[in-house]
Design a binder for this molecule. Structure first.
Ligand SMILES: Nc1nc(SCCc2ccccc2)c2[nH]cnc2n1
Length: 157
């Protein structure tokens, strides 16, 4: 058995015509717009970890959210797979704020800044935006080059 996967969360808060992204100001994926997320801590469920990261990174408290996807990311030369659990945020409370980690901004669904995001997002965001569930496997060389990409749409809601 190889190295256990690193379990991570990614939350995309979506309203009818806009989606909330954050500009990552440090760490993994810096200088790219992304959803909010990160590691799952000991003693918390994946969903609890997702909710916590949103609060820490942009100040919002999720009151309704659902896991809609899962993508396993492999990076050439790194034994640990990143197992990313993707959630759609439907309802939230609180005041949106910039943090040390993220600069949040709402984007119209027809103006998502894919050129300043992880390159794979352009492949699975359309599946996410039509309300389907999905799972995938994506192999990277570095942080810009996709070597393999397989995505499966599981159901349309
Ligand atoms: N959209 C997207 N996100 C990630 S990492 C998301 C999980 C994460 C990890 C660390 C800090 C915060 C969030 C990606 N990796 C490769 N392609 C990718 N696309």
């Amino acid at each position: 058995m190889g190295v256990p996967n690193k379990v991570l969360t990614l939350v995309l808060i979506r309203e009818e015509y806009r989606i909330l992204l954050g500009m990552k100001k440090r760490g993994f994926g810096v200088n790219r717009w992304n959803g909010f997320g990160g590691k799952v801590e000991a003693g918390e469920t994946i969903a609890q970890g997702a909710k916590r990261e949103v609060e820490e990174e942009c100040g919002l408290t999720l009151t309704e959210f659902e896991e809609v996807g899962r993508i396993d990311f492999e990076f050439v030369g790194e034994p640990q797979i990143l197992e990313v659990h993707i959630f759609r945020g439907d309802k939230y409370e609180g005041k949106l704020q910039e943090t040390e980690e993220m600069r949040p901004k709402w984007f119209a669904l027809d103006a998502i800044p894919f050129h300043s995001m992880w390159p794979d997002d352009a492949y699975w965001f359309p599946i996410f935006l039509r309300g389907s569930k999905f799972k995938g496997y994506i192999k990277f060389e570095g942080h810009d080059k996709i070597l393999d990409c397989s995505l499966e749409e599981l159901e349309t809601t």
